[in-house]
Design a protein around this ligand. Sequence first.
Ligand code: BTN
Length: 254
Amino acid sequence: MSPSSITRGLKTGFIGRKVVYNPTLASTMDTARQAARQGVEDGTVIIAGEQTAGRGRLKRTWLSPPGNIALSIILYTDIASLPYLVMIAALAVAHSIEGATGVKTQIKWPNDILIDGKKAGGILIENEVKKNKVAYSVVGIGINVGLKVADYPEISATSISLKSEPVPDLRIKIIQSLLNEFERLYLKLPHGEAIYEEWRSRLVTLGKKVRATSGKKIIEGTAESVNESGALIIRQANGRLVRVVAGDVTLSEK
Ligand code: BTN
């Protein structure tokens, strides 16, 4: 994959105008952070053919062999936009997969992209905030495009891939549409209502019995709603509402 194979299909004004492609990286998050500290242009995208130390949320490992999508978008944004980045990224992934393959996707709070209840993609956002100002934000996106999940017993029961072997054209098509969609949604800010509404409407989590872990706390109850900051509101058996800002949920009922 060459940067121009991506950039020539873009309709964007700034996202992906600069693409840096490396066949192998430890993690696009680290390369993006270094680039952001050096002041690369807004919307620069770092793409890896494969990652040797890909990471997920909550310090998990993210498998990132060749054939998958692993990229990070660098943004110089404002603090009010931060809660929307995860919604924008999740919707851009969902739209790009659906547009390229016709396969229906769902979102599991806060940012897992599911197909048939299994994880097809994830989002990791790392921000550098100083004195209430965002120095930079790195939006990391991983999508299982050409992963033979059966070869990875640690994820085979819970993950899914669009194809079971690398399909370079599909990978390029999804990246282009992902970046186009990301910018289209991002440019709606500061008016994030429609983004929030669509993200909320696609969440499989709402109405389900959930078990949420947030730090050391475990909260069980029914996922009642999400607020516009992206927090999940859980109603516990005793009727109390608990707000979970960051964490992980297990759906205990289909
Ligand atoms: C998650 O579901 O926990 C988030 C997964 C995020 C994976 C992507 S792949 C590109 C970027 N680089 C990384 O090391 N992680 C993110």
